[in-house]
Ligand binder design. Structure first.
Ligand code: GLU
Length: 478
């Protein structure tokens, strides 16, 4: 088998989107599984849509996810560089000229007004899929020379062959075919001298020795145009794999404008999701392993990635599942890494100046088991930074007779604690049990509502410890 070389080819139009990240990931996993190369190529020919910093952002979040390219503009292999399409214009021009010379492409001097008028009239005549009328296809060499002499702007169109069928074996969809009769003469080079996506992608994939192309399903209908160019240049066509859409819970394609779903890796990083969890989650968007298990490290994914198991049906983006998975990863963090993840969120939201490290660590450790993403800590710890109040459910427990007994005994015990530690607090609560005979739920619920004002919460002894002796005595007295 030819060496596997795949590419992720984003347009630098913004941050790394979940759909693109998945494309990059599947390319990466396929490459690494086959000991091949993963290439990052920047498709920046749509100059109006490029945004400043778009390329850096793509790179930054790929690195964050741990899917680093083997080759890129930053890490060029001289054999294949450059890796930005706008730096390859001369290369495209050479092949454009070749195609013109062989009669596979031609210059079109039609202005956009002329084209619009013609498409309009086609529509009026009831033609739904309008196409270029080939007015410039048969210009004489004199006409062409005259136009060029007058510096008339032109584009270059591919002359679509008659009665040709373009079929290919898509790794995901199986055999797919398109008829040339459904395709009009399309633009390969725009009047500004910049190639279109469908043209540049062929030249680059060929010259960069790309063996397999994993990309979104929206590119399926572009594939016959690309195969056309491969055929004209007598080049080998790579193997295509068009991945299914990612849809929301209503089955609709994710739209970048839909704010109800976080769609960019930057947002997940900001919210305190771990890259390992994101990577694992995305690997299951349109792919499934043979085993039932779902938690996999990157290395495990590389090992088991089987392109035959890419799904044909749309994959649903399920935030609950992501949160479930993310929690599994947070649970596994060692103490330092867990603290590094959550502390910045605390710092941003609360004044911690009156608390030492031990206090802060004890606080955040209460939630490691349940935390789904870093930012969630802010809401969870809120009771420890709020005024004491009692909610309705707690009120019920508070009104029980046993609670009054617990209150009195606990106050005495707490007052005698010299060193304020969780262990000593535990002893105090045990003493309350021994002295009052109240145990189990009435004891613990009573102590909880009296000290925290809440009927549910994290570990009680640690909670009491965190609230602090003075405040606990104050609450028990009230
Ligand atoms: N620049 C294209 C995109 O971002 C790449 C498509 C392809 O992989 O061929 O969709």
């Amino acid at each position: 088998m030819k060496k596997v070389r795949v590419r992720y080819a984003p347009s630098p139009t913004g941050h790394l989107h979940i759909g693109n990240a998945r494309t990059a990931l599947f390319n990466y996993l396929f490459a690494k599984h086959h000991k091949g190369d993963f290439i990052l190529r920047i498709e920046d020919t749509d100059i109006e849509r490029n945004v400043e910093g778009g390329e850096e952002s793509q790179l930054q979040y790929l690195e964050w996810l741990g899917i680093s390219p083997d080759e890129s503009a930053q890490k060029p292999n001289p054999k294949y560089a450059p890796y930005r399409q706008m730096e390859r214009l001369d290369i495209y021009r050479k092949y454009i000229d070749e195609l013109i010379e062989y009669g596979y492409a031609y210059k079109c001097y039609c202005t956009s007004e002329e084209l619009d008028a013609d498409y309009q009239s086609q529509k009026e005549r009831g033609i739904a899929s309008t196409r270029y009328n080939r007015r410039c296809l048969n210009l004489s060499s004199e006409e062409i020379a005259l136009n060029d002499q007058q510096n008339k702007p032109y584009m270059v169109r591919i002359k679509v062959p008659e009665k040709e069928t373009y079929s290919f074996d898509d790794m995901i969809r199986g055999n797919v075919s398109f008829e040339s009769s459904d395709i009009g003469d399309w633009v390969a080079l725009k009047t500004n001298g910049i190639p279109t996506y469908n043209f540049a992608v062929v030249i680059d994939d060929h010259l960069m020795d790309i063996s397999h192309v994993f990309r979104g399903e929206e590119h399926l209908s572009n594939t016959p145009r690309q195969i056309m160019v491969y055929n004209m240049l007598d080049w080998e066509v790579p193997t295509f794999a068009h991945m299914t859409l990612i849809v929301n819970s209503e089955g609709k394609k994710l739209s970048k404008r839909d704010n109800s779903i976080m769609q960019f890796m930057s947002q997940y990083q900001e919210a305190g999701y771990l890259p390992e969890a994101m990577l694992n989650f995305m690997s299951l968007l349109g792919w499934s392993p043979e085993v039932e298990e779902e938690i996999f490290s990157k290395d495990e994914l590389i090992e088991i990635f089987d392109s035959n198991r890419l799904s044909k049906s749309p994959s649903m983006f399920d935030r609950d599942k992501l949160n479930w998975m993310s929690n599994k990863y947070i649970q596994k963090l060692d103490s330092n890494n867990y603290h590094d993840l959550v502390k910045p969120f605390l710092d941003k939201s609360y004044d911690l100046s009156g608390h030492d490290d031990d206090w802060v660590n004890t606080l955040v450790d209460l939630y490691q088991k349940q935390l789904q993403y870093g930012a969630e800590i802010v809401e969870l710890v809120k009771p420890f930074f709020s005024e004491f109040t009692m909610n309705e459910e707690a009120m019920e427990a508070f009104n029980e007779e046993s609670t009054a007994v617990v209150r009195e005994a606990l106050l005495i015990e707490v007052n005698t604690i010299e060193e304020w530690t969780t262990d000593n607090i535990k002893t105090a609560v045990n003493n309350v049990r021994d002295k009052t005979g109240i145990k189990g739920r009435p004891l613990f619920m009573g102590a909880r509502v009296l000290t925290t004002g809440l009927s549910h919460g994290p570990d009680l002894m640690n909670s009491i410890y965190l609230i602090g002796k003075t405040e606990i005595i104050k609450r028990l007295n009230e």
